[in-house]
Design a binder for this molecule. Structure first.
Ligand code: DLZ
Length: 203
């Protein structure tokens, strides 16, 4: 059936060889958590292995572009050299972060150490009484676009810019009595797999 909205007819892409990063903000946690769950579900459904999904969080949406950039840089460092834990720690802050990020080179995991095929940036901005919302939405949108064009890495735009809490709940699939709306995280996960697969083909 042809739909008016959304990404159109679903196509299946095999994500089993991909490494995907997710960076999410923690503001508006209830909505973020649901979006993150949807995103991870779509990745899993497309065959992306759990150990090849790296999740990092930042306080708010404004921090997303910097965090995406650092996460991607660290994965490039990791893939191009073996003794990189120190260098990646410099980028990310601590060696415990590296363990969390599967970048420590631990033999306990069969996780890929290749650079990420795509990174998903997730944030929820809800308009308040000041101009704060406009400035952050604009800066983050442009920051993420710049990163993907200049860094040659697909950056999936998982930033919801909302006029109310209810709009966010609906777009995370937890509106109404808890189950209404559509979880946009599902679309972001699928978009990451499609772009990751296509990037490999385009190179
Ligand atoms: C300060 C702030 C406000 C008011 N609202 C949001 C929001 O709705 N969503 C969000 O992700 N972050 C918000 N922030 C935090 C900023 O994004 C940022 O973390 C701080 O300004 C520190 O740089």
């Amino acid at each position: 059936m042809t739909t008016l909205k959304g990404p159109g007819e679903p196509k299946t892409y095999d994500g089993s060889g991909l490494r995907i990063g997710i960076v999410h903000a923690r503001w508006n946690t209830k909505i973020i958590d649901a979006l993150l769950k949807g995103t991870k579900k779509a990745l899993k459904d497309a065959g992306v292995k759990d150990e090849n999904v790296v999740v990092q969080s930042v306080p708010g949406s404004y921090e997303l572009p910097y965090a995406v950039k650092q996460l991607y840089s660290a994965s490039q460092v990791q893939s191009s050299s073996t003794g990189v834990v120190g260098a990646a720690a410099d980028l990310l802050g601590s060696t415990s972060d590296l363990t969390q990020l599967n970048l420590s080179g631990s033999s306990k995991t069969s996780a890929s150490t290749a650079p990420f095929d795509a990174i998903i940036a997730i944030g929820v901005l809800i308009k308040g009484e000041t101009m704060h919302f406009e400035y952050i939405a604009d800066a983050v949108s442009h920051g993420l676009m710049r990163l993907q064009l200049e860094g040659n890495i697909p950056v999936i735009f998982g930033l919801l810019t909302l006029l109310s809490d209810e709009q966010g709940l609906m777009r995370a699939g937890i509106g109404g009595n808890g189950g209404e709306g559509h979880n946009h995280g599902l679309d972001w996960g699928s978009a990451a797999v499609e772009l990751g697969v296509k990037k490999r083909g385009w190179n």
